[in-house]
Design a protein. Structure first.
Length: 208
């Protein structure tokens, strides 16, 4: 009985420790390869080392993907009508978080390790980080038809995806844009509504 109580207590403590937001350091906006060199290096990566990304690397990656790069709040990735409709969910070993670009935070969503819900059959190990890209149609004006916002969301997610790929190529990380994932399970874990489209995932890590 005491052993069961200890296990339950340890599990509760772990949940409390993980169930909190993560403050990110200010992104470093210099360094890496030039754009042309990064394009020359860009390739899809299937297998990754188990080495975790640092908080600084995560901050740099997320800023490059869809961070704020101007005083007016606009982003590194354009979006239709400046809707800023793309949200990035960051899946780590200890849970999944939503990127808050304005406050440089990872907002806690769930303690589930949902990296495996998009793992490619080619992956020998889970990547240390998995990014899920979601387009939110509710961020557009209400008079725009849903089918149009969905099309625009797909384009906007593609632009963010390219930012991720170029950043990884420029900084020695590996990634691969993928559409295959367990949609129903992920939508529940990420707490998505019907206007939010889960479109792509990016495993991120150091290539083997």
């Amino acid at each position: 009985m005491k052993k069961l109580f200890f296990i339950a207590f340890a599990s509760l403590v772990a949940t409390i420790l993980y169930a909190q937001d993560i403050n990110l350091p200010t992104p470093v906006k210099t360094g890496g390869l030039s754009v042309m060199e990064a394009l020359n290096k860009r390739q899809s990566t299937d297998n990754f080392k188990e080495t975790d990304l640092t908080d600084q690397q995560l901050s740099n990656l997320l800023w490059a993907a869809n961070g704020i790069n101007r005083d007016n709040g606009k982003r590194t990735a354009p979006s239709a009508l400046n809707s800023q409709d793309v949200d990035i969910y960051v899946a780590l070993a200890n849970g999944v978080y939503k990127y808050d670009a304005a406050n440089l935070k990872l907002i806690f969503v769930s303690s589930e390790d949902c990296r495996k819900l998009a793992q490619s059959p080619k992956n020998s190990t889970l990547p240390p980080c998995m990014l899920y890209l979601v387009a939110d149609g509710s961020k557009y004006p209400s008079n725009i038809p849903a089918e149009h916002t969905a099309d625009m969301g797909r384009i906007d997610v593609g632009i963010v995806s390219q930012n991720i790929s170029i950043f990884c190529a420029a900084t020695g990380l590996g990634t691969r844009p993928r559409a295959s994932m367990k949609q129903e399970e992920l939508r529940q874990i990420l707490k998505l509504n019907e206007r939010q489209l889960l479109l792509l995932n990016h495993p991120i890590g150091y290539p083997l």
